[in-house]
Design a protein around this ligand. Structure first.
Ligand SMILES: [Zn+2]
Length: 452
């Protein structure tokens, strides 16, 4: 695994404007002036922001919230805690019951629910229980303020509890359960949202109102954001844009994925100008589509320009190992700075027109019956398909593939990128054995893969 380039002791020369003492920091920025403990003032600001987000992620991933599964006590308790933080930061309650906005959802039968303990049940012909989730929403202005345009920062706080149907963890024995803390997915996004709220309460970042929305029911299928766009607490006709933070805790190097840049003609110019600022310098991986597997989709479908920030897939995704110690908190500070800059640039625009995007439809993707059993590195920009994680007992692992290997060829089919990888897979059937060429630490190896 690539380790963070932003370790605690790394010398930092960036100029950040942060949190409570933003004004002071801006004045002394770049002077390299020393504060306590030999840290420069900008280092101290960075550390304060990173520490605040670390503290929030540690609370949200704590055992008392039990993995925050929608409709379960842990998710409600986490929602109450987020509401408390919003109130302490001076946000106005912007749900329909204080900071909360409840929604009800009946999953469609037949569907298996893998519960545990007493709650274990199978649906189908049996009773389908309604699930009640709660969004948590705060605002920087009164909801009645519709004379000015609104921006929405969003995230989701729900996760998989003790491992719901979306868990990728298989346990050691049948029926095992383990708490899924969801540090990257998506305590990281909540912490980032609260960081922005905190900065705004210290020194308003823009003079138009901001909605800070933490949705629930995302993992079950965007239920909370769907409900919000159906019954918005601020009329959507007053909303200019929505920026979604979902899995923003694992910045590796400078690579940041930003999806949805095709949803308004203003995005590219603003992204470029913020990325040119001190301390930014991201290698942005852009994707135009406004439709993706997270809450921004609900806003895009209402013709609102959206962006989704994402620091990439990893082998702990949807597993009990997605823990708080694995996040890059300094990386999250860089993303918060970037998002703050975007909000400020957006405020300068006369209008933020919406454009529909050509959605990356599954029809274009090759169909395949076999898989390697790996987590691809979707943000890899080199030639081939880089493996970010290998599943136990699946073809890649059985053939001796390792995390970090780059697949260059499947049989005779050259693999230049993800699309080429999928094309390669589409040529084979279960049970066949195929030589697959991979690059490992500068050396090419050919491994025989038996497809399952
Ligand atoms: Zn998720």
């Amino acid at each position: 695994m690539k380790t963070s380039l932003f370790g605690h002791l790394a010398p930092l020369t960036f100029c950040f404007s942060i949190g409570l003492s933003a004004a002071v920091l801006l004045v002394s920025c770049g002077s390299g002036e020393s504060g306590h403990d030999g840290l420069s003032i900008e280092d101290m600001g960075l550390t304060a922001s990173a520490d605040a987000m670390r503290a929030d992620v540690e609370v949200l991933t704590d055992a008392r919230f039990e993995g925050r599964e929608t409709g379960k006590p842990g998710a409600y308790a986490a929602g109450d805690w987020i509401a408390g933080r919003m109130e302490a930061l001076g946000l106005t309650a912007a749900g329909d019951s204080g900071y909360h906005q409840a929604f009800r959802y009946k999953p469609h039968p037949p569907m298996q629910v893998h519960g545990h303990g007493d709650s274990s049940m199978t649906m189908g012909m049996a009773v389908v229980q309604e699930i009640v989730g709660k969004n948590v929403i705060g605002a920087t202005a009164a909801l009645s303020d519709t004379t000015r345009r609104w921006g929405v920062f969003g995230c989701h706080h729900d996760h998989l509890g003790w491992g719901d149907e979306n868990s990728l963890w298989r346990g050691v024995a049948e029926g095992d359960s383990a708490m899924h803390p969801g540090a990257d997915d998506n305590a990281s996004g909540v912490a980032l949202l609260l960081e922005l709220a905190s900065r705004h309460s210290a020194v308003p970042m823009v003079d138009h109102p901001l909605l800070m929305a933490s949705f629930s029911g995302e993992e079950k299928g965007l239920w909370g954001s769907n409900h919000f766009t159906d019954e918005p607490t601020v009329g959507l006709e007053h909303v200019d844009w929505m920026i979604n933070f979902d899995m923003v805790g694992r910045l590796r190097g400078d690579t940041l994925a930003v999806y949805g840049n095709g949803t308004s003609p203003v995005w590219n110019g603003i992204l470029d100008s913020c990325n040119a600022r001190d301390g930014a310098g991201f290698e942005l991986v852009l994707s135009e589509s406004g439709v993706g597997p997270s809450d921004h989709t609900s806003f895009y479908l209402e013709d609102i320009p959206v962006l989704h920030f994402f620091t990439g897939q990893h082998e702990d995704y949807h597993k009990p190992t997605d823990t708080s110690d694995k996040l890059n908190y300094e990386g999250m500070v860089r993303i918060a700075d970037f998002a703050q800059c975007l909000a400020q640039e957006l405020a300068l625009q006369d209008s933020i027109p919406f454009t529909k995007t050509k959605d990356s439809s599954n029809d274009d993707a090759p169909r395949f019956k076999v898989t390697l059993g790996v987590v691809p590195d979707y943000l890899f920009s080199g030639t081939g398909m880089r493996i970010d994680g290998v599943s136990e007992g699946r073809p890649a692992q059985l053939a001796g593939m390792e995390k970090g290997d780059v697949v260059l060829r499947i049989g005779d089919h050259e693999v230049l990128d993800m699309m080429g990888y999928m094309e390669g897979l589409s040529m084979y059937e279960e049970g066949q054995t195929t030589p697959v060429e991979v690059m490992r630490k500068g050396e090419k190896l050919v491994l025989d893969v038996t497809w399952d």
